[in-house]
Write a protein that binds this ligand. Sequence first.
Ligand SMILES: Nc1ncnc2c1ncn2[C@@H]1O[C@H](COP(=O)(O)OP(=O)(O)OP(=O)(O)O)[C@@H](O)[C@H]1O
Ligand SMILES: [Mg+2]
Length: 465
Amino acid sequence: MNFVASWFGLGTLRQQLLRWVLVPMVILLLLNIMFAYRFGNANADLMHDQSLFDMSKVLRDQMRTNQAGEVELNIHTFALDMLSEGKKDKLYYFIRGLRNEYQFGRPDLPLPPEKLSESPTYYLAHYDGKMIRMMAAIMPEPDVADGRLIVIVGKTLVQHDERAREWIWGVLPSQLSLILFAGIMVWWGVGRGLRPLLQLSDEVRNRSSQDLSPLPEQRVVAEVRPLIHSINQLMERLDESLVRQRRFIDDAAHQLRTPLTGLKAQAELALHLSDPAEIRHSLRQIHMASDHAAHLANQLLVLARSEPGVQNNRSMVRLDLRDLARDITVKWAQNAAHKHKDIGFEHDNHECYISGDRLLLGELLNNLIDNALRYTQADGLVTVRVGCGDAEVSLEVEDNGPGIPENDRERVFERFYRVLGTSQEGCGLGLSIVHEIAHRHDAEVRLLSGCNGIGTLVRVVFRSA
Ligand SMILES: Nc1ncnc2c1ncn2[C@@H]1O[C@H](COP(=O)(O)OP(=O)(O)OP(=O)(O)O)[C@@H](O)[C@H]1O
Ligand SMILES: [Mg+2]
């Protein structure tokens, strides 16, 4: 069963090639046998008919009219034996005058389907329990009265069939050996062609998981080279991503260590304090440090979730960005009021559909609003805006805060990068998260100045769906 499955399925390269070479060759062989059989048969017919004609001639040569005026047939058996070719076949004949005035041989021999004529008719008939091929004709014979007589001759088909078979056996062995040879050559050739690939596969199997150096492309056949080239490119990308990940883990560990060390120190200090006011102060410090650690852990998790390849595209749905942005802005209203800042939402009056991951887009917007509220002075104004173009949907978060200096606009997207001089807490991951999530959505992030060059405007442009 397995064999059948692998033979008809994709199977190995060898099986595929054998299939593509051998199956057409076998079909060709069968056709060839059919043609050889037909040709052999036609050829045997020709030779058989020639011998029937010769036989009729031998018989006519033996015809005489004696002195009494009677027609005689002095048949010499050896002459007929010669025509019977090794006595394999049985010969039959019937000769008579045009008006039936004399008869020799077997009068019950079957007649041809057509009317007798002077040109010989050849036909197959059943006689004496055998198939025989016959010839019948009105033939000239000067030794008899009227100068013409009717000759019917027939011969069994033993020699005839032998000849036809000889034709087939003449072509069959050479063709079979050709197929066998082609099969062996394919088997051997594929093995030889694949040897470098198998060596390469051994090398890859024995490699350490750290070794992502490129595989040698020149050692394999040209057809496989693009595959090896693509694998090498993939390994290169994998290597880059591993380096990036390692660096990120180092940075994350370093960033996490700071608040945790602070927490530990504050807790130890608090344990030795007896003044309730000092203890309260320490607890407040501990609270702030744990808040920071929790925020950092949360940002790291979101960043990890928004990395490419973490989630598959099943979480992408068609959604109205306007609804999502409105819901999230509403959630931030209380936080803004608490900070004495104003947050507003502007939108086009129609639906703005994009294909996106609801959770990730929520995180993107949370980070943009958080930044706008965090870095804008009290009484600041934050506006969330969704706009629809023909093929694009834009999401903007604008504030009238201090803005981001031109020089830092590239760098703020780097992980853990923070602009110096802000008094606000943060871990420098928010805009990296925005960048990753936008990238996941094939969207473009632009960092601009706000209205009249004041504040910050972050615009994310999505393709509409
Ligand atoms: N709306 C803004 N106005 C002014 N400065 C901003 C604004 N948004 C970001 N920045 C600057 O860009 C830096 C990077 O921002 P990002 O959101 O990546 O990190 P963060 O806010 O410091 O930390 P996190 O968001 O991870 O808590 C911030 O430190 C801040 O200085
Ligand atoms: Mg931030």
